[in-house]
Design a protein around this ligand. Structure first.
Ligand code: PGA
Length: 238
């Protein structure tokens, strides 16, 4: 069970350090849950410092370039993430796909490089509302999942785009159905993302093929992030 907070473009180093210090003991209170925070790149080192030596909370980046270095203004490589103290990264988040021209091909390149360099990867997939209404959900997921490498350090996050930041969570049944489909294509852990909150996390995480959560908005406050991690621990224990 993985509960990953995706901070998006929130929390600079100062806030990141304080948040990390506040959740450093969370893993011991949420047995069976791998707790992850995906911070802005400039806040990785501060988060790692705030967590201290033996916290168990993992710090990830939110994106990674496939080259190790070079003339790629604004990009960050896997060795740089590692040097800053991250142990993994997101790739292919729908905001990258929709707003920054990310394609299945660049997601593949990013995932492969990150894995090769020793990072863990959460690769995001998910259909838009128009694609779901047109009955294209499975075809879209198939295309997005097909390019992802099979690797023990890669997990997938199923994030229906219509559920991200909208408060419109997928029902447990819809999530379960999509997760089972994704797993039939690529056998790995599949996290659910899209308006996960403390009050719906328990039901979602209780689904047999929901192996964790990728949490945006509700991961920004210590209390709501903790509540979701504790719901994860309950689902593990059940
Ligand atoms: P949300 O974001 O929880 O705010 O919907 C999820 C995500 O984008 O990863």
């Amino acid at each position: 069970m993985i509960v990953a907070g995706n901070w998006k473009m929130f929390k600079g180093p100062h806030e990141a350090r304080a948040f990390a210090a506040a959740v450093r003991n969370l893993p011991s209170r949420a047995p069976g849950v791998e707790v992850v925070v995906c911070t802005p790149a400039v806040s990785i080192t501060a988060a790692v410092q705030g967590l201290g030596a033996d916290s168990g909370v993992r710090v990830y980046g939110q994106n990674v370039h496939w080259e190790l270095e070079g003339a790629y203004t604004g990009e960050i490589s896997a060795p740089m993430l590692l040097e800053a103290g991250a142990t993994g990264t997101l790739v292919g988040h729908s905001e990258r796909r929709q707003l920054f021209g990310e394609t299945d091909e660049t997601v593949r390149l990013r995932a492969e490089s990150a894995l090769e360099q020793g990072l863990r990867v959460i690769a995001c997939v998910g259909e838009t509302e128009a694609e779901r209404e047109a009955g294209r959900t499975e075809a879209v997921l198939e295309g997005q999942v097909a390019v992802l490498p099979r690797h023990e350090r890669l997990v997938i996050a199923y994030e229906p785009v219509w559920a991200i930041g909208t408060g419109k969570t997928a029902t447990a049944e819809t999530a379960q159905e999509a997760h089972a489909f994704v797993k039939s294509l690529h056998p790995t852990a599949v996290l659910y993302g899209g308006s996960v909150k403390p009050d719906n996390a328990g039901t979602l995480l209780a689904q047999p093929d929901v192996d964790g959560a990728l949490v945006g908005g509700a991961s920004l406050e210590v209390t709501s992030f903790e509540a979701i991690c504790l719901a994860g621990a309950q689902a593990v224990a059940a």
